[in-house]
Design a protein around this ligand. Structure first.
Ligand code: UTP
Length: 414
């Protein structure tokens, strides 16, 4: 312990973060050890660099922006549909598809006490979001006579409770051996002066590193090796909070095979130019997503000769990657984006502070930043009412109420 403490002191001094040991003596031996380990494994140089990025205003003006080509599922000819379906079904039946569900988020907007997947959607059956997704997976396994490996990404904050929930519910009848959990990475949170925050328990305040953390997490946790050993070629990656997500879609897989692309994504038409969603596009000739905060009013409203929005393919976090693409992406770090959030912390005087206004920077990687590592990706436009019922907010737009209504309409429930 002495040696570690000395090493920690030296590191903190070098980076002006000495305050992290202010409450050290009042901590239990266990927490002291935890704090020292956290200090010794933190990349302070990276944190310093990330703090510098909070002062830079991103300039989108010099980016060359273009719409991206897409295929509309409902407008495919019967020959095209049959071709994609058959290519995709062959791959799925041969066991070449795996599904990854990202469930590491904090779900702050929903405000549910527990992992978002454990939230009861309010159906008569009182099924949780996890069970609803599991129903979709079971149906696909039955249809294609295959057990699809299913990986769930959690975060430090919700890993234990997530695993416990699945155990308690006997994996909702999904083959237990086909389900694996892995934990995403995390990064310290800092205040407006670049000082790393202490958590209420006296250890470093850390937050999940965003859904873009998935690639590194898959490599570090051996998920990519596991997939390779199983002969998996295509990996669907989606969020936990879309209760109408169709994770196993032969048309999406078949489209990527047919177009010889390594990435594919599903889109739904943007409800209106002002809708707060990111849209697929090409940035500097490569696939990407432009966020609603980045796109000009003029471009957001621009239409083509059919009167359709030029930038109207909403990104719904339903994407598919070839294993070789994941292997490549996971070798490099994606850029981090900064968010200013409310975060409780332990003050220098050892008091727990619960701010009412945002006070801390959180750094997150975005999954879609990986799209630009390929020249082209396949975009499949699907119907919103068939495949997109997100649970984001506690009330109003994209809330349990709207998702429940969409779910019931799709399954013809009363
Ligand atoms: P969101 O961006 O909607 O974040 O995540 P969230 O954490 O669920 O909700 P808010 O913003 O705090 O209210 C979209 C998907 O990405 C996953 C989420 O679990 C969700 O499925 N995600 C997000 C992660 O797995 N890890 C992260 O670090 C962030």
């Amino acid at each position: 312990m002495e040696e570690k403490l000395l090493a920690a002191e030296q590191t903190l001094q070098k980076y002006g973060q000495e305050h992290l040991l202010n409450s050290f003596n009042s901590l239990s031996k266990e927490k002291q050890a935890e704090l020292l380990d956290a200090i010794l494994t933190t990349d302070f140089k990276q944190m310093q660099e990330l703090y510098e990025t909070t002062k830079i205003k991103t300039n989108f003006e010099n980016v060359k922006l273009e719409p991206i080509a897409h295929v509309t599922k409902s407008e495919l000819s019967s020959e095209e549909l049959a071709k994609y379906t058959s290519l995709g079904e062959d791959a799925i039946k041969a066991g070449k598809l795996a599904v990854v569900t990202m469930a590491g988020g904090q779900g702050t907007r929903l405000g549910h006490d527990g992992p978002k997947g454990t939230f009861d959607l309010g159906l008569d059956s009182h099924k949780s979001i996890f069970e609803i997704l599991c129903d979709t997976m079971k149906e696909a396994c039955e249809k294609y006579k295959v057990t699809i490996p299913w990986y769930l990404m959690t975060s430090d904050a919700n890993n234990e409770s997530t695993i416990q929930f699945w155990k308690d519910n006997n994996y909702f009848g999904y083959p237990k051996e086909a389900i694996s959990f892995f934990i995403q990475g995390k990064l310290p949170m800092i205040d407006t002066n670049g000082k790393i925050l202490l958590d209420e328990d006296g250890t470093i305040k850390q937050a999940a590193d965003g859904h873009g953390g998935i690639f590194e997490a898959m490599r570090k946790n051996g998920v990519l090796y596991d997939m390779k050993e199983k002969g998996i070629e295509w990996i669907y990656i989606g969020g936990v909070d879309n209760v109408l997500a169709k994770m196993v879609d032969p048309v999406l897989t078949g489209l990527a095979i047919s177009q010889r692309t390594l990435m594919a994504g599903k889109s739904v038409v943007k409800a209106n130019p002002q809708e707060k969603v990111g849209v697929f596009c090409k940035k500097d000739n490569r696939p990407n997503v432009i966020e609603y905060t980045e796109i000009s009013k003029e471009l957001a409203e621009a239409v083509d000769e059919r009167g359709e929005l030029l930038y109207g393919e909403s990104h719904i976090l339903c994407n598919q990657f070839h294993l070789s693409a994941l292997e490549k992406i996971s070798q490099n770090k994606l850029p981090y984006h900064v968010a200013f959030k409310k975060a409780s912390y332990l003050s220098d005087k050892g008091e727990v502070i619960k701010p009412t206004e945002p006070n801390a920077y959180k750094f997150e990687a975005f999954l879609f930043d990986a799209f630009s590592t390929v020249d082209n990706m396949s975009i499949l436009r699907v119907k919103r009412e068939d495949e997109f019922a997100p649970v984001k907010n506690a009330k109003g737009v994209d809330s349990p109420e709207t998702a429940r209504a969409l779910y019931k309409a799709f399954y013809h429930m009363n």
